[in-house]
Write a protein that binds this ligand. Structure first.
Ligand SMILES: NC(=O)c1ccc[n+]([C@@H]2O[C@H](COP(=O)([O-])OP(=O)(O)OC[C@H]3O[C@@H](n4cnc5c(N)ncnc54)[C@H](OP(=O)(O)O)[C@@H]3O)[C@@H](O)[C@H]2O)c1
Length: 219
């Protein structure tokens, strides 16, 4: 049996990953609207308690593999620098970068004496390497997440497999939020409207299959 802890599995890509895995394995969701472990990842100080609850409910020594998937993400605020609210910047960095660091820290703490296989899968974005104007917090956070992945790899070595995967364009609420912006805040909006109209947004279930394959997960 394998245990998967995934952030942001209430909808979008995370939900599809959960749907695929839960036919065969134990999967728990950490998100605001989760029925498993509800948690607002902008409230950083509540994250350790949530992980305590996960690890006290699921005894990891009965699993042959324990995997953390840092998937929860937030695109907003979408606007050019000079027009952002401080609270929105804080929330964005909290969900996209601080939460993965804190969740990973707690995950490694709880799996310290675990003898089975451990794996961490981080969901990044093309914006990490090609920063997108109007997405400054998201782009910076995803670049940080990629560096976090390298750090985990260097610290943990062979003890933990680490994957940092760019899922590409997905037909989820996140893309809808982008299309709902206005041209003043997001000058590139037309391109994103065209992605949808031209059928370039991939259904989340297909992306979930690819992500799991890239992370060497068999279904
Ligand atoms: N969509 C794309 O085209 C695209 C492209 C590249 C990369 N990505 C990345 O892929 C991942 C999944 O994206 P998606 O498109 O599936 O996003 P989505 O449809 O917007 O879903 C986001 C998920 O994150 C959770 N979340 C958001 N804010 C949260 C908070 N404050 N606390 C706890 N959970 C929170 C949401 O759950 P609740 O609302 O229940 O809290 C939801 O389950 C993200 O890391 C994203 O950056 C997406």
């Amino acid at each position: 049996m394998k245990l998967y802890i995934i952030t942001g599995a209430s909808r979008g890509l995370g939900r599809s990953i959960k749907e695929l895995l839960q036919n065969k394995y134990t999967v728990v969701d950490i998100s605001r609207s989760s029925k498993d472990f509800p948690c607002d990842l902008t409230l950083t100080e509540t994250i350790p308690e949530t992980l305590n609850k996960v690890f006290s409910q699921y005894k990891i020594h009965s699993y042959k593999q324990v995997t953390l998937i840092n998937n929860a993400g937030k695109i907003k605020p979408v606007a050019l620098l000079g027009n952002l609210s401080t609270k929105e910047i804080q929330d964005n960095i909290s969900v996209n970068l601080t939460a993965p660091i804190v969740v990973t820290n707690e995950f490694l703490k709880h799996t310290n004496s675990y003898k089975g296989k451990i794996k961490i899968i981080n969901l990044t974005s093309g914006a990490a390497k090609s920063p997108m104007p109007s997405w400054p917090a998201y782009s910076a956070a995803k670049a940080g997440l990629e560096n976090l992945s390298n750090c985990i790899l260097q610290e943990q070595g062979l003890r933990c497999e680490v994957f940092c995967i760019n899922p590409g364009l997905i037909d989820t609420d996140m893309q809808k939020h982008i299309r709902d912006m206005n041209e003043k805040d997001f000058p590139d909006i037309e391109r994103f409207i065209n992605f949808k109209e031209q059928g370039l947004l991939v259904p989340p279930i297909e992306v979930a299959q690819r992500v799991l394959k890239e992370a060497k997960e068999s279904l």
